[in-house]
Design a protein around this ligand. Structure first.
Ligand SMILES: CC(C)(COP(=O)(O)OP(=O)(O)OC[C@H]1O[C@@H](n2cnc3c(N)ncnc32)[C@H](O)[C@@H]1OP(=O)(O)O)[C@@H](O)C(=O)NCCC(=O)NCCS
Length: 166
Protein backbone atom coordinates (compact mmCIF):
# COMPACT_ATOMS: atom_id res chain seq x y z
CA UNK A 1 0.00 0.00 0.00
CA UNK A 2 1.19 3.50 -0.81
CA UNK A 3 -0.17 6.80 0.46
CA UNK A 4 -1.02 9.47 -2.14
CA UNK A 5 1.98 11.30 -3.56
CA UNK A 6 0.18 14.62 -3.40
CA UNK A 7 -1.72 15.60 -0.28
CA UNK A 8 -3.49 18.93 -0.05
CA UNK A 9 -4.53 20.71 3.15
CA UNK A 10 -5.98 24.17 3.71
CA UNK A 11 -2.60 25.91 3.32
CA UNK A 12 -0.21 23.19 2.22
CA UNK A 13 0.68 20.86 -0.58
CA UNK A 14 2.72 17.79 0.33
CA UNK A 15 4.61 16.26 -2.58
CA UNK A 16 7.50 13.81 -3.05
CA UNK A 17 10.92 15.48 -2.95
CA UNK A 18 13.13 15.81 -6.02
CA UNK A 19 16.85 16.48 -6.39
CA UNK A 20 15.94 20.04 -7.38
CA UNK A 21 14.92 20.65 -3.77
CA UNK A 22 18.47 20.08 -2.51
CA UNK A 23 19.66 23.69 -2.53
CA UNK A 24 16.61 25.04 -0.75
CA UNK A 25 16.56 22.27 1.85
CA UNK A 26 20.28 22.72 2.50
CA UNK A 27 20.04 26.52 2.72
CA UNK A 28 16.89 26.61 4.80
CA UNK A 29 17.35 23.91 7.42
CA UNK A 30 19.49 20.83 6.71
CA UNK A 31 22.58 22.62 7.98
CA UNK A 32 20.83 24.14 11.01
CA UNK A 33 21.82 22.45 14.29
CA UNK A 34 18.68 23.82 15.97
CA UNK A 35 16.54 21.88 13.51
CA UNK A 36 18.55 18.65 13.77
CA UNK A 37 18.91 18.84 17.57
CA UNK A 38 16.34 16.12 18.22
CA UNK A 39 16.62 14.38 14.87
CA UNK A 40 18.47 11.14 14.22
CA UNK A 41 20.67 12.84 11.60
CA UNK A 42 23.37 15.49 12.03
CA UNK A 43 23.49 18.86 10.22
CA UNK A 44 24.55 18.56 6.59
CA UNK A 45 28.02 19.99 6.00
CA UNK A 46 27.59 20.45 2.28
CA UNK A 47 24.93 20.20 -0.39
CA UNK A 48 26.24 16.80 -1.49
CA UNK A 49 24.95 15.39 1.80
CA UNK A 50 21.53 16.88 1.09
CA UNK A 51 21.55 15.39 -2.40
CA UNK A 52 22.44 11.95 -1.03
CA UNK A 53 19.64 12.29 1.49
CA UNK A 54 17.18 13.19 -1.28
CA UNK A 55 18.36 10.29 -3.43
CA UNK A 56 17.49 8.00 -0.52
CA UNK A 57 14.09 9.69 -0.21
CA UNK A 58 13.35 9.09 -3.89
CA UNK A 59 14.42 5.44 -3.55
CA UNK A 60 12.18 5.06 -0.48
CA UNK A 61 9.11 5.96 -2.53
CA UNK A 62 10.10 3.28 -5.06
CA UNK A 63 10.77 0.47 -2.57
CA UNK A 64 8.01 1.51 -0.16
CA UNK A 65 10.29 1.61 2.89
CA UNK A 66 9.18 5.18 3.70
CA UNK A 67 7.10 7.95 2.19
CA UNK A 68 8.73 11.36 2.55
CA UNK A 69 6.96 14.51 1.38
CA UNK A 70 8.20 18.05 1.01
CA UNK A 71 5.84 20.47 2.74
CA UNK A 72 5.14 23.48 0.56
CA UNK A 73 2.87 26.48 0.84
CA UNK A 74 -0.06 26.23 -1.52
CA UNK A 75 -0.09 30.00 -2.07
CA UNK A 76 3.43 30.40 -3.51
CA UNK A 77 5.21 27.01 -3.46
CA UNK A 78 7.51 28.02 -0.61
CA UNK A 79 9.35 24.97 0.69
CA UNK A 80 8.87 24.69 4.47
CA UNK A 81 10.37 21.34 5.40
CA UNK A 82 9.64 17.64 5.19
CA UNK A 83 7.38 15.04 6.73
CA UNK A 84 7.70 11.28 6.43
CA UNK A 85 5.50 8.26 7.02
CA UNK A 86 6.72 4.67 7.42
CA UNK A 87 4.24 1.83 7.04
CA UNK A 88 4.90 -1.50 8.71
CA UNK A 89 1.95 -3.88 8.71
CA UNK A 90 -0.98 -2.28 10.47
CA UNK A 91 1.20 0.43 12.02
CA UNK A 92 2.55 3.66 10.65
CA UNK A 93 4.91 6.12 12.23
CA UNK A 94 5.72 9.72 11.44
CA UNK A 95 8.73 12.03 11.41
CA UNK A 96 9.04 15.69 10.39
CA UNK A 97 11.09 18.85 10.51
CA UNK A 98 10.71 22.34 9.08
CA UNK A 99 12.94 25.39 8.72
CA UNK A 100 13.14 27.59 11.81
CA UNK A 101 11.65 30.63 10.08
CA UNK A 102 8.33 28.74 9.72
CA UNK A 103 8.04 27.38 13.25
CA UNK A 104 4.98 28.20 15.33
CA UNK A 105 2.56 28.82 12.46
CA UNK A 106 0.70 25.54 12.74
CA UNK A 107 2.12 24.11 9.50
CA UNK A 108 3.43 20.84 10.93
CA UNK A 109 0.24 20.22 12.89
CA UNK A 110 -1.73 20.73 9.67
CA UNK A 111 0.47 18.24 7.78
CA UNK A 112 0.44 15.65 10.58
CA UNK A 113 -3.36 15.88 10.86
CA UNK A 114 -3.69 15.18 7.14
CA UNK A 115 -1.44 12.10 7.33
CA UNK A 116 -3.22 10.81 10.44
CA UNK A 117 -6.54 11.28 8.66
CA UNK A 118 -5.33 9.36 5.61
CA UNK A 119 -3.96 6.54 7.79
CA UNK A 120 -7.13 6.24 9.86
CA UNK A 121 -9.20 6.08 6.67
CA UNK A 122 -7.36 2.89 5.64
CA UNK A 123 -8.96 -0.31 6.90
CA UNK A 124 -5.60 -2.00 7.17
CA UNK A 125 -3.98 0.65 9.37
CA UNK A 126 -5.08 0.99 12.93
CA UNK A 127 -2.15 2.48 14.72
CA UNK A 128 -0.32 5.75 14.10
CA UNK A 129 2.66 6.47 16.30
CA UNK A 130 5.66 8.72 16.66
CA UNK A 131 8.47 9.13 19.14
CA UNK A 132 10.00 12.38 20.21
CA UNK A 133 12.51 13.49 22.76
CA UNK A 134 10.95 14.38 26.11
CA UNK A 135 12.44 17.87 25.85
CA UNK A 136 11.07 18.44 22.36
CA UNK A 137 7.95 20.21 23.55
CA UNK A 138 7.03 21.55 20.11
CA UNK A 139 7.02 18.08 18.58
CA UNK A 140 5.02 16.55 21.44
CA UNK A 141 2.47 19.33 21.10
CA UNK A 142 2.15 18.81 17.35
CA UNK A 143 1.39 15.13 17.93
CA UNK A 144 -1.10 15.79 20.70
CA UNK A 145 -2.86 18.44 18.62
CA UNK A 146 -3.16 15.87 15.83
CA UNK A 147 -4.94 13.52 18.23
CA UNK A 148 -2.14 11.18 19.31
CA UNK A 149 -2.05 10.22 22.95
CA UNK A 150 0.93 10.05 25.25
CA UNK A 151 1.69 6.41 25.81
CA UNK A 152 5.04 5.75 27.42
CA UNK A 153 8.43 7.13 28.21
CA UNK A 154 11.33 4.99 27.06
CA UNK A 155 14.74 5.37 28.59
CA UNK A 156 17.31 4.80 25.87
CA UNK A 157 20.96 5.48 25.13
CA UNK A 158 22.48 8.82 24.16
CA UNK A 159 22.11 11.04 22.16
CA UNK A 160 18.37 10.92 22.85
CA UNK A 161 18.25 9.58 26.38
CA UNK A 162 14.55 9.98 26.97
CA UNK A 163 11.90 9.33 24.39
CA UNK A 164 8.27 10.18 24.54
CA UNK A 165 6.10 8.00 22.42
CA UNK A 166 2.66 9.26 21.65
C1 LIG B 1 8.82 20.38 16.15
C2 LIG B 1 8.42 21.16 14.91
C3 LIG B 1 8.27 20.21 13.75
C4 LIG B 1 7.12 21.89 15.18
O1 LIG B 1 6.68 22.45 13.96
P1 LIG B 1 5.75 23.74 13.89
O2 LIG B 1 5.25 23.83 12.49
O3 LIG B 1 6.47 24.88 14.46
O4 LIG B 1 4.58 23.30 14.85
P2 LIG B 1 3.15 24.02 14.96
O5 LIG B 1 3.27 25.44 14.55
O6 LIG B 1 2.16 23.14 14.27
O7 LIG B 1 2.95 24.01 16.53
C5 LIG B 1 2.09 23.19 17.24
C6 LIG B 1 2.06 23.65 18.67
O8 LIG B 1 3.33 23.48 19.28
C7 LIG B 1 3.76 24.70 19.84
N1 LIG B 1 5.20 24.76 19.71
C8 LIG B 1 5.91 24.78 18.55
N2 LIG B 1 7.22 24.82 18.86
C9 LIG B 1 7.32 24.84 20.21
C10 LIG B 1 8.40 24.86 21.13
N3 LIG B 1 9.68 24.90 20.71
N4 LIG B 1 8.13 24.86 22.45
C11 LIG B 1 6.85 24.81 22.89
N5 LIG B 1 5.78 24.78 22.08
C12 LIG B 1 6.01 24.79 20.76
C13 LIG B 1 3.07 25.77 19.01
O9 LIG B 1 2.97 26.97 19.73
C14 LIG B 1 1.72 25.13 18.79
O10 LIG B 1 0.91 25.24 19.92
P3 LIG B 1 -0.34 26.25 19.93
O11 LIG B 1 -1.16 25.89 18.73
O12 LIG B 1 -1.01 25.95 21.22
O13 LIG B 1 0.26 27.60 19.83
C15 LIG B 1 9.50 22.23 14.53
O14 LIG B 1 9.78 22.97 15.67
C16 LIG B 1 10.77 21.59 13.99
O15 LIG B 1 10.93 21.41 12.80
N6 LIG B 1 11.72 21.28 14.91
C17 LIG B 1 12.99 20.68 14.51
C18 LIG B 1 12.84 19.25 14.01
C19 LIG B 1 12.21 18.33 15.03
O16 LIG B 1 12.48 18.42 16.22
N7 LIG B 1 11.38 17.42 14.54
C20 LIG B 1 10.68 16.45 15.36
C21 LIG B 1 11.55 15.33 15.76
S1 LIG B 1 10.61 14.20 16.78
Amino acid sequence: MKPPEIIETARLILRPPTLNDAQEIFNKYAQDPEVTRYMVWRPHENIEMTKEFLERCIKCWKDGSAFPWVMTLKSDNTLLGMIEMRLVGYKTDLGYGIARQYWGKGYTTEAVKALVQWAMDQESIYRVWAACDLENLGSAKVLEKAGLQREEIQYTQEPHPVHLRL
